[in-house]
Design a binder for this molecule. Structure first.
Ligand code: SF4
Length: 726
């Protein structure tokens, strides 16, 4: 390794560790060693430290212990005259710097300045980790770029950010150069920052660079089943599965070198736009470790090459930037040129299959006014009718494909889409219209994306767009009848009515032994894939993650155990799982990868169960927060007494059927109850227990297990009459 880099990295690590010592000492003087220290809403404590050492930093005295260990990792600064191998020492110094940075950042949450202030977001919560982690799992996001420092000017910052966004790569920003940061440069140019746009400003302090490493560490713990303390697996997991790299912008000082050394431990190389020494031999990273002096207009391509990232960029012929990274971009009212739907007009979207003779591929018609016919601030009704033909096309695929319209229409920069069916809502921004985006481009986007995504089942697609009220009403009437029929068809599907379930092994890219067995009445635990989605996905990609599984001989009807499913799960879980019960959370429950929307667990003294969703950050009656439970349940293991599930599954007839079903439910957060009230009410009507929902406690009635017990006795909850669960 370059002696200059090693020397700087080691010196930088000394400085950061000293800074952490000082912050910690001051904080202890003020608050005492028993002061609680944490990042908000996470079950992973200070994640780099936790993942590498297994130490749960909860109090300041825990941080003191870690800092002692960090100091032991610091090697002597290389002497001017003597040459020794530097790499190992520099890498250790990098880790010491990361641990010290986590402590500095966590102390800021006690004494300020708060890391989440102004444009800065600070530490990501576990909710964000799960939402964004799934994008790394399903390939929507190929990786992230940790951009440290600032570009030579704000226009260059926008160019680099846009280039990364168009390749769907997350941009994590931290630190500054000459008092400026890349995030501030983007804000100056009016670029929307945040997790939704994948432009994530962690903080201006160099120490906030550790949030990138913390994100990676948590991905390994959440999705990879890596056990806290298994630092080797954690680092190798990141090298092999999390495609990240550092872009060093502007002057690289000692502290930045220390962070680069920390990143190399994870297999993340550094690509710099300045002329710093290089570290070219391969070893810890897949290819080169530090590559320098790369011009701004080549830096993204070079970084992708050095990290060994495979990226496919689809070209869609629209006059604005295009890609999934623009999905989260909002178009605010004051920036809107024209809008459709959203209670201001009728807006409907409808996709159906048709005969070959009725579909002219690539034909896009707009009946009614175009954007040019409307003044700024105008509103139009909108009907989007998509006709598809394909030899392998089936009616069941229509709703699956139709749901994609929402995602596809959010990909063009400056276009905002919400809702679906007859409650859709679109906005075109002033910038998009100025760039030449027209209503007909809705058709261009849908034509291109439908072909790209559904090539296996679809041969032709035609788009008819209506912007006059009469045609929209006619389309609405026709579509509503079909929507009703579709709902009835889906509602009639039961686990008994099919002989085939579908696997989903998408999450194996992160949780290698996890497999979801998706049945008509039990969607994947992330809530994103139901049986029809998996069926369509299999037809589209027959060798993909969704494979048909013949149920075969029924081994236990009550538990939901079938020979065919067991055999498949055994193989797909790499022989780690011998039996799987679809309807029990006690006997061989399904594994959880980390993406679950809800965790259900037993409250023993009540003889019932509670369900808590990821968004609920408070303490639950189990004595644990969601994030703590998630740490126990995730990673692709079976945890009897706990299951990770989708929200929808709570209202299914098959919800822990073998353990007593919905009647076991004694507690759930109020917001979750409201969110799924419709499906729950339908289910309790079938059960003939109309007042049941009122008997399920929320945080308003009970916060502890004892209070839940008192509540269920007070309201005479049916669980009191049920046989013992265990
Ligand atoms: S269905 Fe299961 S395996 Fe597939 S993405 Fe969702 S959680 Fe992951």
């Amino acid at each position: 390794m370059s002696k200059i880099i090693a020397t700087s990295a080691i010196k930088g690590a000394y400085k950061i560790v000293e800074r952490a010592e000082k912050s910690l000492k001051d904080c202890i003087e003020k608050h005492g060693k028993d002061q609680k220290v944490e990042f908000p809403n996470t079950g992973y404590f200070l994640p780099v430290i936790y993942s590498m050492t297994g130490i749960k930093v909860e109090k300041l005295y825990d941080a003191e212990k870690v800092l002692d260990e960090a100091k032991k990792l610091l090697p002597p600064v290389p002497s001017v005259k003597v040459w020794i191998p530097y790499l190992g020492g520099a890498l250790d110094a990098g880790i010491a710097a990361l641990w010290a940075e986590e402590i500095i950042e966590a102390i800021k949450y006690i004494d300020g300045p708060l890391p989440n202030n102004g444009i800065w977001l600070g530490a990501a919560t576990d909710v964000i980790l799960r939402e964004r982690g799934i994008e790394f799992v399903d390939g929507t996001a190929p990786g992230f770029a940790a951009c440290v420092g600032a570009c030579k000017d704000s226009k260059t910052a926008v160019k680099i950010a846009r280039e990364l966004q168009e390749k769907s790569i997350y941009v994590f920003m931290s630190a500054s150069t000459d008092g400026k940061s890349m995030a501030e440069q983007l804000a100056e140019e009016g670029i929307e920052l945040g997790w939704d746009t994948r432009l994530v400003p962690f903080g201006k302090d160099i120490t906030s660079t550790v949030y990138s490493a913390g994100f990676s560490a948590r991905v390994a713990l959440t999705f990879g089943g890596v056990q806290p303390g298994d630092y080797r697996r954690m680092l190798l997991y990141n090298k092999d599965r999390v495609f990240a790299f550092v872009i060093a912008l502007g002057e690289v000082d000692d502290e930045k070198y220390a962070n680069a050394a920390g990143a190399i431990n994870f297999g993340f190389p550094t690509i710099a736009d300045t002329n710093i020494p290089e570290v070219l031999p391969r070893g810890v990273c897949t290819y080169e470790h530090v590559v320098s002096n790369i011009p701004d207009d080549e830096i993204v391509t070079k970084a992708i090459d050095v990290r060994g990232l495979k990226i496919t960029v689809e070209k869609v012929d629209v006059p604005v930037a295009f890609g999934p990274a623009f999905e989260g971009e909002r178009v605010r009212k004051e920036n809107t040129y024209i809008e459709f739907g959203g209670n201001k007009s009728e807006a409907i979207e409808f996709l159906s299959m048709a005969d070959s003779s009725e579909v002219e591929d690539g034909k896009i018609e707009v009946s009614g006014p175009e954007v040019d016919d409307v003044k700024e601030g105008g509103v139009l009704p909108l009907g989007i009718e998509v006709l598809v033909y394909g030899r392998k096309m089936q009616e069941d695929f229509e709703p699956v494909m139709e749901r994609q319209i929402h995602y596809f229409l959010n990909y063009p920069s400056g276009i905002f889409h919400m809702g679906q069916r007859d409650i859709s809502w679109l906005r075109f921004s002033k910038d998009a219209v100025k760039s030449g985006f027209k209503i007909r481009h809705i058709g261009t986007v849908l034509h291109a994306k439908m072909h790209l995504q559904f090539a296996n089942i679809m041969d032709k697609v035609q788009i008819k767009i209506y912007t006059n009220p009469e045609d929209v009403i006619v389309l609405k009437k026709k579509a509503r009848e079909i929507f009703k029929a579709r709902d009835e068809r889906l509602g009639a599907l039961t686990d008994e009515s099919v002989d085939t379930f579908y696997s989903c092994t998408l999450c194996q890219s992160f949780a290698p032994n996890h497999v979801c067995a998706v049945s008509p009445e039990r969607p994947g635990l992330c809530g994103a894939y139901n049986w029809l989605d998996c069926k369509a996905s299999y037809e589209i990609n027959p060798t993909g993650p969704n494979q048909p599984i013949k149920k075969g001989e029924t081994l236990d009807e009550n538990l939901g155990v079938w020979k065919g499913i067991n055999d498949f799960v055994y193989k797909a879980s790499h022989q780690t799982l011998e039996s799987f019960s679809a309807y029990s959370m006690i006997i061989n429950p399904m594994t959880s990868c980390g993406c679950f929307e809800v965790i259900t667990t037993i409250l023993p003294s009540t003889n019932g169960v509670m369900a808590v969703n990821r968004e609920y950050s408070g303490m639950t009656p189990s004595g644990m927060k969601f994030s703590t439970m998630a740490g126990m349940v995730g990673g692709g293991i079976q945890t009897p007494g706990f299951i990770g599930i989708s929200k929808f599954f709570i209202g299914s007839k098959k919800f822990i059927k073998a353990d007593g079903g919905l009647e076991r439910l004694v507690w759930m957060p109020k917001a979750l109850k409201e969110e799924i009230r419709d499906i729950l009410e339908e289910r309790i009507k079938e059960m003939g227990m109309e007042d049941f929902l009122d008997k399920v406690a929320t945080e308003e009635e009970a916060e502890t297990e004892e209070e839940v017990l008192e509540w269920i006795q007070k309201v005479n909850h049916p669980v009191l009459k049920m046989e013992s669960m265990m």
